[in-house]
Design a protein around this ligand. Structure first.
Ligand code: ADP
Length: 425
């Protein structure tokens, strides 16, 4: 075994486990460094990362064929001359196609143990199989037809998968809406009885004299209220998500709305020693928008700024007329952990964090307390319904340096009702 052999790296791409084990063992025994991949895409990833000296690939892989994988790699300067050898049991026409795709040569399956390392050395040394010139153009045509046929099949598969997913997505949205609706009806009755209970003179008298009865009854009524708020929130979110927003346009004074929302977080800011600054001087006081939805968006953005800023930090909310667009520009800037450039691309998507249930927390204000990943999607929906725009600016995520994040909303000073266009396509 020469030192040169020892340095050679072979990437072996094969989906059949028993063939994989057998050939891998044979190559290892012959002294090569062997990397294995189970499918074409994995093979391409490993090749780009490790730049092997030779690639040995099965032709029929579950995703890309060995031919397609070769065409992909040959397009990359680093693999122009790398020997790519196909393992195939196919007939001569198929083999010509394989060579037309840019493969250096082929090994016949089942692999002959004795000749494997000799053949590998031949290709590593610059050996190349040839196709007769007159057969080459026919082989190329056949290969192009094969690619187009496979592409068509894949597109059809993707289209039908996409249809099925869209249908499931709609069913899920309807299910959430119906569930919230079904829960709200009996809860309204329970809430009514709760109110009656508190207002009944004999119960009132009991509450005045018996502390434990008072605790039980007020606890019951406030829990019912909380549950109603949660259900109303789900219904609002689901309306926004399903493009069923019917805006109720009213006069909005940002000089007063913003401080109201900030004040609703007073308990949390006190507990966590956070300061929220807001200077109302330049805030527009004559907007026309859906005040409840605007409150919800502000609530989500300020809530997030609280969640992602460590104790003792500060948050600045500002509002003014944007000089360029003449729209209302509302900014929520924190000095928290920040958001990576990668994450900035997806945070406005629905259920951004929902895939990881470990991140879920019922606290809306604890440091790092995660939610369902709906808050920003809801903001995006609300802003889009007002024909505005929302984006984030942050230098990246860093728990030590705390680069902070700034969320900016641009909203027209006047929005027509009903909202134009769909929020999600
Ligand atoms: P969640 O309910 O998870 O907070 P959001 O849609 O409100 O959902 O936010 C999505 C993700 O965006 C969060 O999980 C968090 O990673 C990131 N994020 C949102 N706001 C901030 C912020 N002010 N600072 C840092 N990260 C944030």
């Amino acid at each position: 075994m020469s030192a040169a052999v020892l340095e050679r790296t072979i990437l072996y791409i094969e989906d059949d486990p028993s063939s994989r084990r057998l050939v891998e063992r044979m190559l290892l025994h012959a002294g090569y460094r062997v990397l294995v991949a189970e499918c074409g895409l994995e093979g391409i990833d490993i090749a780009r990362r490790e730049i092997p000296d030779l690639i040995l690939t099965d032709i029929n892989l579950p995703d890309l064929s060995g031919r397609e994988l070769t065409t992909m790699l040959r397009g990359d300067e680093r693999f122009r001359t790398t020997p790519i050898v196909a393992l195939t049991a196919q007939g001569s026409e198929e083999r010509d196609m394989t060579l037309a795709a840019g493969i250096t040569g082929y090994l016949t399956k089942p692999v002959d143990i004795d000749s494997l390392s000799k053949t590998v050395e031949y290709y590593l040394g610059g050996g190349h199989d040839k196709v007769e010139t007159e057969k080459m153009s026919q082989a190329r045509n056949l290969y192009i037809q094969e690619i187009v046929r496979r592409l068509e099949i894949r597109i059809r598969e993707l289209e039908s998968a996409n249809k099925a997913l869209t249908r499931l997505d709609r069913i899920k949205d309807t299910f959430i809406q119906l569930t919230a609706h079904e829960l709200r009806t009996p809860l309204t009755v329970v809430s009514g009885y709760g109110g009656l209970l508190e207002a009944t003179p004999s119960i009132k008298a009991l509450m005045d004299t018996d502390d434990s009865a008072k605790t039980v009854i007020t606890g019951l009524v406030s829990s019912i209220d909380r549950m109603q708020n949660v259900i109303n929130e789900i219904m609002t979110i689901s309306r926004i998500m399903t493009n069923q927003i019917d805006l109720s346009i009213k006069h909005v004074n940002l000089k007063t709305v913003i401080p109201e929302v900030i004040a609703s977080f007073q308990d949390a800011t006190q507990k966590r020693r956070l300061t929220i600054h807001f200077d109302p001087t330049n805030a527009p006081d004559n907007m026309r928008a859906d005040i409840e939805l605007l409150r919800l968006a502000l609530n989500n953005l300020i809530g997030n700024a609280i969640k992602y800023t460590p104790d003792g930090g500060s948050i600045t909310v500002s509002a003014k007329i944007d000089e360029e667009t003449h729209q209302a520009r509302i900014s929520i800037k924190d000095c928290g952990i920040g958001i990576s450039k990668e994450e900035q691309k997806t945070i406005f998507e629905r259920f951004h964090t929902a895939s990881n249930t470990l991140l879920h927390s019922t606290s809306k204000t604890a440091f790092g307390g995660g939610g369902l990943g709906l808050g920003l999607a809801v903001c995006k929906g609300i802003v889009a319904a007002h024909s505005g725009s929302i984006w984030v600016e942050s230098a990246g995520r860093d728990h030590e340096k705390l680069p902070g994040s700034e969320f900016i909303m641009l909203l027209p000073m006047t929005t027509q009702n009903p909202a134009q266009g769909k929020v999600w396509g």
